[in-house]
Design a protein around this ligand. Structure first.
Ligand SMILES: Nc1ncnc2c1ncn2[C@@H]1O[C@H](COP(=O)(O)OP(=O)(O)O)[C@@H](O)[C@H]1O
Ligand SMILES: [Mg+2]
Length: 255
């Protein structure tokens, strides 16, 4: 499980992002960017943040530490901004906290990662179908001269069809990935090497360990997926099926 902390003070909203994450101080003296369970995008984007972020971390990619963070109701009481107060009131219980990288800058291409790292980031995005790493929305930060990955909520979009359609790993396995607009498209130079290295590391055990990081109460059940374990298994099956079919999604084609 991710470490668990409790918020003690809401500091400020981050209005750059669509979901209005906020900077929050917690009882472990940490400062976190909180992605709220009550934001319009819902719990599924938090699930994806944890799955893709924790997968990235285990593959050696730079991702800020993530925690689960409790928002006591009192936090909202002293908040003057009505929009923020509504968001806080809609988010009691477990939210996602991402370690704040103080002084980090949004990625602008002036200090690109080395081509091997760029290739590994692009591989992760193609594998998890992350459509949200474009020039208009890089979701990369430059911190201590390194490139850090944030915001994976748009990946694994297959789960948005679950309330109405049965899970379909084969369909996800066959979905192409458009890398044309990827912010690192011009830097990544060796997708086949990244694929050979990383795909071998994504074992069933690793995927299972990643899914175990997702808090139970974020996993929404459906008529097919009747408990949290069934939901975890469905994510594992989608990732396994896609991993086995790189020809469909690996930019430049898989082996
Ligand atoms: N860990 C972090 N450290 C510093 N700034 C962050 C961090 N996470 C997010 N931000 C800032 O907040 C913005 C919005 O965060 P993001 O996770 O992309 O949310 P959204 O889902 O709303 O796009 C980012 O573009 C970045 O400027
Ligand atoms: Mg974002």
């Amino acid at each position: 499980m991710l470490d668990h902390v409790t918020a003690v003070r809401y500091v400020t909203p981050l209005r750059e992002g669509g979901s209005m994450p906020g900077v929050v101080e917690a009882d472990d003296l940490g400062t976190y960017v909180v992605k709220f369970r009550g934001a319009g995008q819902g719990l599924k984007v938090l699930v994806t943040e944890v799955i893709v972020g924790e997968l990235a971390r285990r593959l050696g990619l730079p991702v800020p530490r993530m925690v689960t963070i409790d928002l006591p109701p009192a936090i909202a009481r002293y908040e003057a901004d009505e929009e923020v107060q509504d968001l806080l009131n809609a988010s009691p219980g477990t939210n996602l906290g991402v370690d704040l990288l103080p002084g980090s800058l949004g990625y602008d291409g002036s200090r690109p990662p080395d081509p091997a790292l760029a290739s590994r980031i692009l591989w992760l995005d193609a594998f998890t179908a992350n459509v949200d790493r474009t020039w208009s929305n890089p979701n990369l930060l430059t911190w201590h001269r390194e490139t850090w990955l944030i915001d994976h909520g748009a990946a694994l979009y297959f789960h948005h069809s679950w309330p109405s359609k049965a899970p379909n790993p084969e369909r996800f396995a066959q979905q192409a990935y458009r890398a044309d607009d990827h912010v690192l498209g011009g830097v990544a130079d060796d997708l086949p090497a990244a694929h050979a290295e990383l795909s071998a590391r994504v074992t069933p055990d690793l995927v299972g360990e990643v899914l175990d990081q997702v808090p139970e109460d974020w996993l929404e059940t459906t008529t097919e997926l009747t408990d949290a374990q069934a939901v975890r298994t469905a994510y594992c099956e989608h990732l396994r099926a896609r991993l086995d079919n790189p020809g469909a999604w690996l930019p430049g084609g898989g082996s």
